[in-house]
Design a protein around this ligand. Structure first.
Ligand SMILES: Cc1cc2nc3c(=O)[nH]c(=O)nc-3n(C[C@H](O)[C@H](O)[C@H](O)COP(=O)(O)OP(=O)(O)OC[C@H]3O[C@@H](n4cnc5c(N)ncnc54)[C@H](O)[C@@H]3O)c2cc1C
Length: 507
């Protein structure tokens, strides 16, 4: 083995959506990190395909939402069949109408496309991915952790102040850190999943066959590709499912769908997917942390797996950066405290949704099999950290909503999200008080309904959306964390207390 080759502040293990989001978060804050990925090249298998509204808000903050919206699709309708006969066609999934407070609908885009956007952003931010680098050992030594890394050129070591295992469901980091994973395998839930090319089907909709006898078959057109995601439930009485193959997928299609003139041409990815519902006991031991599938795995029903991992990284990134910059070490405890209950809720919710799909399928009720798969609970917009140590006072802990306003100086439209975009904290001063002086790292803006207001850092709430979204009536300060959650709401006169909260946690 070589001598110590590299030292860094944060070692990120795994360049899936979770690791890539964390890397972007650290890169834009100028934090030193090393991102290691076992595979030699990116995965091309579709897997997750729903980008939920809250993840689009993260993408907005990272400066990539336009690319996601340009490449993805919204409101893809579902065409339901009884074998070759079309029964109905309607938008049954992810019908999210944007509002001034929540500007993004759920977007359909496959995981490799989203990962590609994250990788491009990371490169723009100056970050690098070390492909073909597998972590096989971790050793805590006082204030650092030393990782053993296997590459094509041999064994190396990397010493880091913090290590984040974003290395997926079979996490090596989790095992090396001795963190237990608890939960169940849904042994009757097995699916054939793959990416195939199909001729003869319209790409304007998802095609869905449900029947009591055969179960569920779905063909979903993956935006920006010529591929379809193939999903077929495996009958519960099939003791050991057949290994996935193109020939098997064709046979399933012929038995359950058999639409004349439609055929599966070839396949890019074929898999057999067993559903586990498991959660890590802890998200942290010492200087080693877990995020994404390494910490929680669940059913894909509701499309929250990838999204939950991205939100983990978004929660963790600014905290690691603040800690490395001298913030109170207790800040890091809030990561598990805030995020583990979110994963617990997603596990329960996605299991319930899967049960509903399967019950509706066996009752030959194709409409219910789809409806309710996505709703306001799956958007991620309701996640809140009310009992966090970072939440102060009534009305705090929830997501900081967006609202369209007007820039008082330029007269141009400006959104509250425009003010929050970037690695800083944000202080919104609602009402008549002048914009207070605040330290760097905290950007302050006055939000007023006075149409004649002028001055820098002042926005006019032209249509009252901001006051409505924040339910603000008097002179009030709203302190917003870098990840877009409200840390405190206080009367304008309490500015010193608000600044004290910021300097404990923000610096
Ligand atoms: C078959 C399948 C179907 C799915 N369908 C859906 C769906 O429909 N909807 C949905 O929301 N979610 C779905 N998911 C889940 C979704 O893909 C995951 O939630 C998401 O990929 C989690 O991202 P992650 O970055 O945490 O982990 P991963 O995407 O698993 O990334 C982990 C990365 O770490 C790397 N790695 C692992 N070990 C090491 C090591 N020792 N050293 C270095 N690198 C390492 C891996 O190569 C991998 O690139 C599906 C998953 C699978 C497997």
């Amino acid at each position: 083995m070589n001598a110590i080759a590299t030292t860094t502040d944060v070692l990120i293990i795994g360049a899936g959506p979770t690791g890539l989001t964390l890397a972007c978060e650290l890169a834009r804050r100028g934090v030193g990190f090393r991102l290691l990925e076992r595979s030699a090249t990116p995965s091309t298998a579709s897997r997750a395909k729903t980008i939920q509204p809250r993840t689009l808000e993260v993408a907005d903050d990272l400066g990539i939402v336009d690319r996601v919206l340009a490449q993805g699709k919204v409101n893809i309708p579902t065409r339901r069949y009884d074998h070759a006969r079309v029964i109905s066609e309607a938008v049954e999934l992810a019908d999210g109408t944007p509002t001034p407070e929540a500007p993004y609908p759920p977007v359909w885009l496959s995981q490799p496309k989203f990962e590609r956007i994250l990788r491009d952003r990371l490169a723009e931010l100056g970050g690098t991915i070390h492909w073909g680098s597998e972590v096989t050992g971790l050793q805590h030594d006082g204030d650092t952790v030393t990782a053993t890394v296997e590459t094509a050129t041999g064994s190396h070591t990397v010493r880091a102040r913090y290590v984040v295992g974003a290395d997926g469901g079979r996490s090596t980091v989790r095992a090396l850190a001795g963190i237990e994973l608890r939960g169940v395998s849904l042994t009757d839930q097995r699916w054939h999943l793959g990416d195939v090319r199909v001729t003869g089907l319209s790409r304007d909709c998802q095609h869905l066959w449900t029947s009591k006898e055969d179960g569920l078959l779905s063909l979903f057109p993956l935006p920006g590709t010529d591929l379809w995601q193939f999903q077929a439930s495996i009958p519960t009485d099939e003791a050991e499912p057949e290994a996935p193959s193109l020939e098997l997928f064709r046979r399933i299609f012929a038995a359950r769908a058999a639409v004349p003139g439609v055929g599966i041409q070839d396949a890019e990815w074929l898999s057999l997917y067993r559903i586990n519902v498991v959660l890590a006991d802890h998200y942290r031991t010492g200087r080693i942390l877990l995020a994404g599938d390494a910490a929680h795995i669940h059913s894909p029903a509701g499309g929250q797996g990838m999204n939950t991992g991205i939100q983990d990284a978004y929660n963790l990134g600014w905290k690691l950066a603040a800690l490395l910059d001298g913030a109170d070490p207790a800040l890091l405890d809030t990561y598990e405290h805030e995020r583990r209950p979110v994963a617990r809720a997603v596990l329960d919710d996605s299991t319930a949704r899967l049960g509903q799909v399967m019950r509706a399928t066996s009752a030959n009720d194709g409409t219910s099999a789809q409806r309710g798969l996505t709703d306001e609970h799956t958007t991620g917009l309701r996640v809140a950290y009310h009992d966090s140590a970072l939440t102060h006072g009534p009305g705090a802990g929830g997501r900081a909503p967006d609202a369209p306003c007007t820039d008082a100086d330029t007269g141009r439209p400006v959104r509250l999200f425009d003010l929050q975009r970037g690695p800083h904290w944000t202080l919104l001063s609602f009402g008549t008080a002048a914009v207070p002086q605040t330290p760097s790292g905290l950007r302050t803006f006055r939000v007023t309904t006075d149409p004649d207001a002028t001055g820098p850092a002042t926005v006019i709430d032209t249509d009252g959306h901001a006051h409505h979204a924040y339910q603000s009536t008097g002179d009030e300060l709203v302190l917003i964390r870098p990840d877009g959650y409200i840390a405190a709401r206080r009367p304008a006169a309490d500015l010193p207390a608000v600044l004290a909260l910021f300097s404990t946690n923000g610096l």
